[in-house]
Write a protein that binds this ligand. Structure first.
Ligand code: GLN
Length: 484
């Protein structure tokens, strides 16, 4: 049963093949058993989950349920969950029990999902390996000596190992898509503003976006139907009406025009990865799509622009963690200044401090014009490149990540290499576009994801293409050895 998708579990609950309590126990047992080695959960929510599962069974018996009532989910520990620890992977929030639910959590609870626990992540979502977490690294179920990617590494690892049927993630510069690629699952980063950021702990507010991490595109569509939509509590939330994301899944992709950016298939790309992406594209051609080379000439500027904008916004967002209002406070502060500096010095890890310092620097008088303003201008150019391309093509396809999963510790002393590995993902966030990563094959038994980038609010189109691809291939059905 743990190999089932969300769609299959919904049917199993509906036909009374299994109860939510049984299903929840089954997943909780797997979570407890495998978390020792994978470390994908910071908190396992056993008692509350079982309580919620019993309620779900009652709702089903009384016919007061949705199609998803009683299905377990793992929530990234960046989403505030009322009464449950919300650490954001940081010592700073190790003692923080959120007093309210994020909108995403509220909506999932209302749809009847059962929260199994909170997943491990890079500290404040900063990283690409999940090794910056205060709670230690997460292991990749495909190879325990490798990272799952980051920052939503706990969610990706949990779904890949089938410890949860689905999970949530957040993506500021690739943190849904890159771990999805490295763990062999499907991850959708929606258009900026499509999913509410209310109660999602802020890293870089103009880039952050929550979304589904699932086995299949169909499951991502089912989750989007729950979490997408306008939220008056998030001032950047989009007022545009939402689609029924499952409606177009079965449409034919005959005649679809796919753009292949020449900058994404240049010498920087590992030849094994390139081969898998090319095979994936051939598969889409067999389904009736046509391809065309396009240019995204400012691609190489996306990393420098992102690593100015994201740290700038993080330095501002993280100023609220001061040891006074909530979170970690140092022991016996001498005076107010000692309280601030020691609480922040002791509460934040190395990568977070590095970003806060870069951010404070690029925003400071004298440097603002040279760095921050320049980065904002590049951001506009990147957006314009995409808009020009979408005049000719329906979607853009390419790799999600530069390689397969890194070895543990490989990147820890080399932050610049880690930043450079984000080359295929960050421009999407700078432009605010939706993008999806789907399993496309394996290199040395390690999964490789293919990325599809769409125009604003075209999540349905991406899900349709991915669903058609998944009907014709079985990469997404592979389960790592030992977790079958
Ligand atoms: N790897 C990128 C970073 O470190 C993206 C992280 C994210 O999307 N949260 O900032």
């Amino acid at each position: 049963m743990h190999q089932s998708t969300l769609a299959q579990l919904s049917a199993a609950l509906e036909s009374k093949q299994i109860s939510s309590e049984e299903l929840t126990r089954l997943y909780l047992d797997r979570c407890k058993k495998f978390n020792e080695s994978l470390n994908c959960f910071i908190t396992i929510n056993e008692d509350e989950a079982l309580e919620k599962a019993k309620q779900a069974d009652k709702q089903r018996a009384e016919n007061k349920h949705t199609s998803l009532t009683g299905i377990p989910v793992a929530q990234k520990d960046i989403f505030c969950t009322n009464g449950i620890k919300t650490s954001c992977g940081s010592k700073m929030l190790d003692n923080f029990i959120a007093p309210y639910d994020a909108t995403v959590i509220e909506k999932m609870n209302a749809a009847g999902f059962v929260t199994l626990g909170k997943t491990n992540m890079d500290e404040f979502a900063m990283g690409s390996t999940n090794e910056t977490s205060f709670y230690g690294p997460v292991k990749n179920p495909w190879d325990s000596e490798r990272v799952p990617g980051g920052s939503s590494g706990g969610s990706a690892s949990a779904v890949a190992a089938r410890l949860s049927p689905v999970a949530t993630g957040t993506d500021t510069g690739g943190s849904i898509r890159q771990p999805a690629s490295l763990c062999g699952i499907t991850g959708l980063k929606p258009t900026y503003g499509r999913v509410s950021r209310y109660g999602m702990i802020a890293f870089a507010s103009s880039l952050d976006q929550g979304g589904p991490m699932t086995q299949t595109a169909e499951d991502a569509a089912l989750m989007m139907n729950v979490i997408a939509g306008f939220d008056e509590r998030d001032s950047t939330s989009a007022e545009q009406p939402i689609d029924d994301y499952t409606e177009k899944l079965n449409d034919s992709i005959e005649g679809l025009k796919i753009g292949l950016p020449k900058e994404y298939f240049s010498e920087g790309l590992d030849s094994n990865i390139a081969k898998i992406i090319e095979d994936g594209i051939k598969e889409l051609e067999k389904l009736g799509a046509t391809c065309k080379e396009i240019e995204l000439p400012n691609t190489e500027l996306s990393i420098p622009a992102y690593y100015v904008v994201a740290p700038a916004e993080c330095s501002s967002n993280l100023s609220r963690f001061d040891g006074v209002r909530f979170g970690y406070r140092c022991d016996e502060p001498k005076d107010l200044s000692d309280l601030y500096t020691r609480s922040r010095g002791e509460g934040f890890g190395k990568e977070v401090k590095r970003r806060i310092m870069i951010g404070a620097y690029v925003l400071s008088a004298g440097y603002y014009d040279a760095y921050y303003l320049q980065a904002q201008k590049i951001r506009r150019l990147i957006r314009d490149d995409f808009q020009n391309s979408f005049k000719d093509v329906d979607v853009i396809a390419g790799p999600t990540a530069t390689g397969t999963a890194f070895k543990l510790n490989e990147m820890m002393d080399d932050p610049v290499s880690m930043y450079l590995s984000d080359i295929y993902t960050v421009s999407v966030n700078l432009a605010g576009l939706p993008a999806l990563s789907m399993p496309a094959g394996f290199v040395n038994k390690l999964p490789v994801g293919m990325q599809l980038i769409g125009n604003y609010f075209e999540e349905s189109k991406l899900l349709n293409i991915a669903h058609q691809f998944q009907q014709a291939t079985d990469h997404h059905q592979q389960i790592p050895e030992g977790f079958e």
